[in-house]
Design a protein around this ligand. Structure first.
Ligand code: NAD
Ligand code: UDP
Length: 318
């Protein structure tokens, strides 16, 4: 049985990846320190004989008993309000944490895939963004702690690949959504859905003309799985190219949730990218991958998840 370590296992993407690898017949070791994750995302796995959980902060030395074939490094705060609240931890997990996991991969002769992000493109001057674009990031702005941690993460990963011959993979993830996102993580989908469910107006930042392109979690997980087993060491964009303005998206959510709430406009956060859309030609060619779930279907599934949360959970997230 192949053994895989998944960091950030109690988070949104990490927990779905644990499910995927278990269902594909792997022995999964999940690691997390719960700084932005939630135990309840992995409770269903705790009795599974092919799953083991280790509570650990990956910025400290990471020790694993026995062999390891693969590592997926997904530990990191991922939403703007999280990394603005814990900027130093965000920088540390992208830098020191990644260094520890690369060292572990080298010691175990394991293949490692690291979770990078469309944020390496910053507020992009090229549209849509392909992997050859170097990006437009404000190093000292409030989002810089995340963007630069991820850019460093890519650099050190390539250095381990080139210098130590380590087998590395880099996924540049574009906005992904689905069940198990934290209602109060501040990202636009949980924010709008929480507001609709609590009977509050939907807060659009700026004039809502900024765009994003949303990928359903099952498609993202499928793309990551295929990338891990490819033989390509350079970054690959995985996301859904279907682009929408945030204002139109708020209107879509008002319709889907059948709320009679209105849109209210708030100040646009500093350095909020004006446009974002992945060019996924490389993933299509290399992995034969493209997203299958359209926004209507994905949003319905996501809304059903948020609707199933208890009254207390909904209030807790205000
Ligand atoms: P999340 O906050 O739900 O999950 C991150 C997990 O990492 C949490 O469970 C958290 O407790 C854990 N973690 C953070 N620091 C840690 C540390 N020092 N030691 C151990 N565990 C730690 O976020 P997510 O959306 O699941 O994102 C997962 C990864 O994917 C992140 O690396 C993120 O940058 C990347 N990513 C996500 C998206 C997206 O749209 N969801 C987009 C781009 C990149
Ligand atoms: N956004 C918004 N209202 C909210 C939360 C977010 O208008 O309550 C906007 C935010 O300014 C950004 C977009 O939605 O333009 C996506 O934000 P998110 O935090 O989900 O992701 P990111 O900016 O990292 O792509």
């Amino acid at each position: 049985m192949k053994r895989i370590l998944i960091t950030g296992a109690a988070g949104f993407l990490g927990s779905h990846l644990c499910d995927k690898f278990i269902s594909e017949g792997f022995y999964v070791i999940g690691m997390d320190n719960f700084i932005t994750g939630d135990k309840k995302n992995i409770t269903h796995l705790l009795q599974n004989e092919n799953f083991q959980f280790i509570e650990h902060d990956v910025t400290e030395f990471v020790k694993i008993e026995g062999d390891l074939d693969y590592i997926l490094h997904f530990a990191s705060p991922a939403s703007p309000i999280d990394y603005l609240k814990i900027p130093i931890q965000t920088l540390k997990v992208g830098s020191l944490g990644t260094h520890n996991l690369l060292g572990l991969a080298k010691a175990k002769k394991a293949r490692i895939l690291i979770a990078s992000t469309s944020e390496v493109y910053g507020d992009p001057l090229v549209h849509p963004q392909d992997e050859n674009y170097y990006g437009n990031v404000n190093t000292i702005g409030p989002r810089g702690v995340y963007d630069e941690a991820k850019r460093f993460q890519e650099s050190i990963t390539m250095a381990y690949h080139r210098f130590h011959g380590l087998e590395t993979r880099i996924v540049r993830i574009f906005n992904t959504y689905g069940p198990r996102m934290r209602l109060n993580d501040g990202r636009v989908i949980p924010a709008f859905m929480g507001q609709a469910l609590r009977g509050e107006n939907l807060t659009v930042f700026g004039d809502g003309s900024q765009t994003r392109s949303f990928c359903y979690v099952d498609d993202q997980v499928d793309g990551i799985f295929k990338l891990l087993f490819s033989d390509y060491s350079y970054p690959v964009n995985i996301g859904n190219p279907h682009e929408i303005t945030i204002k139109d998206f708020a209107e879509e959510i008002i319709k889907l949730t059948e709320t009679d709430q209105k849109i209210v406009y708030k100040e646009l956060p500093k350095d909020d990218p004006l446009q974002r859309q992945p060019n996924i030609s490389l993933a299509k060619k290399l992995l034969g991958w493209e997203p299958k779930v359209d926004r209507e279907e994905g949003m319905k599934k996501t809304f059903n998840y948020f609707k199933s949360l208890s009254y207390d959970e909904l209030r807790k997230s205000e």
